[in-house]
Design a protein around this ligand. Sequence first.
Ligand code: ATP
Ligand code: MG
Length: 400
Amino acid sequence: MSDQIRAIVILADETNRQVVDSALGFESSVEVVGYSDSLDQDWQHVLSEPSDIVIVACDSYSDRAAHMIDRAAKQRPDRPVVLMSQSSPNGLLRQAFEAGADDVVALPQAPEAIRFVLEKVIARRKGSGSVAGKPTAPLVCVLGPKGGSGKTLTSTNLAVALARRDMNVVLIDLDLQFGDIGLALGLSPTRTMYDLMKAGPPFDHEKLERHLIQHSSGVKVLVAPTRPDHASAVSIDYLRDVYASLRTMSDIVVVDTPPGFTPEVIATIDVSTSAVMIGMLDSLSLKNTKLGLETLDLMGYPTESVALVLNRADSRVGITHDDVTAIIGRPPDVLIPSDREIPRSVNEGTPVVASRERSAPAKAFRELAERYAKAPVRGPAVPAAANTGDKKSLLARRRR
Ligand SMILES: Nc1ncnc2c1ncn2[C@@H]1O[C@H](COP(=O)(O)OP(=O)(O)OP(=O)(O)O)[C@@H](O)[C@H]1O
Ligand SMILES: [Mg+2]
């Protein structure tokens, strides 16, 4: 993206052009290449100007603003549309997104914050995988369709193992109702995802840093809301923005998920670069793991980007590893044994990779971490294995 953003500005009502100009900044890095005010009957002519983005500005949201967003989005689907409004964004976001807006900017806001939003939506639409030219880190989504299969155990140990390899790791607890990453890492949830959502966009680095809690390993954690009724405050569109920003300020983002494919989990899979699927050695869990892998396949997720982890892999329950391969259709990549040190470490809030380094589970989690590590602390160099392949977007396909 060139430094200068070329924007078309359309005023949907009596909004003053000055309001928009001052929102974009006095010495603006946004060049207005097309402009139409609310009296302009022929406002659609400006949409054909070569431009990077369309800004529909209004005092308050109306059918006219929705119509303008819709026209602009349909005329050039590759060009993002942002709604800039002076009214409260409450209740407006959904309508604006339904009309086809990529984002909503509630005024007043600092020009830098607005530029950040514009750059972000342009980068997202171009699929450049970057915000303001910054590289984006891989995002690993830890999945397990069945409850209690070891997702939180794996997410925490994976994150800490990567931090011990000098990586700048962000760990997100997406188990919005019953998240327990904070507990598993011995952190007190002074700030949670609920507070972040309430603070609202823009999700710039400063705001995100304020809502992350640092673990002694260096992992920065975005903990889940502390009360189940706060979960509904987490919006998928906000979540996408939070991911995009966190990926520009870290080496890797690890997301722990609740059981099942909730809308938040699907949205996360959609933007992720790799997935870890966790199963256990019993027929019910294996059936669900197989279903989970099939779902990823349906989403166009590349098989090589999915690590299959078998937890409690040494349990003697009459199912062999060959049976597992036959049921699931592929052998597990990493085997985690049952170990009574695991519940102990969870109760202490210290993951085994940090507190019981020599244990067999710690070794298994380090093996998993190797797949995503940019460079090992000791031993021979391991190439980064995090996938950045181009998978289909399930949500995008749903929208079409
Ligand atoms: N390999 C293991 N050996 C011993 N205990 C284990 C092992 N794996 C998981 N556990 C224990 O099982 C419990 C559930 O694990 P965990 O919380 O990681 O599962 P989960 O998939 O995140 O569950 P949920 O779906 O409820 O979020 C934990 O208390 C953990 O200590
Ligand atoms: Mg869990």
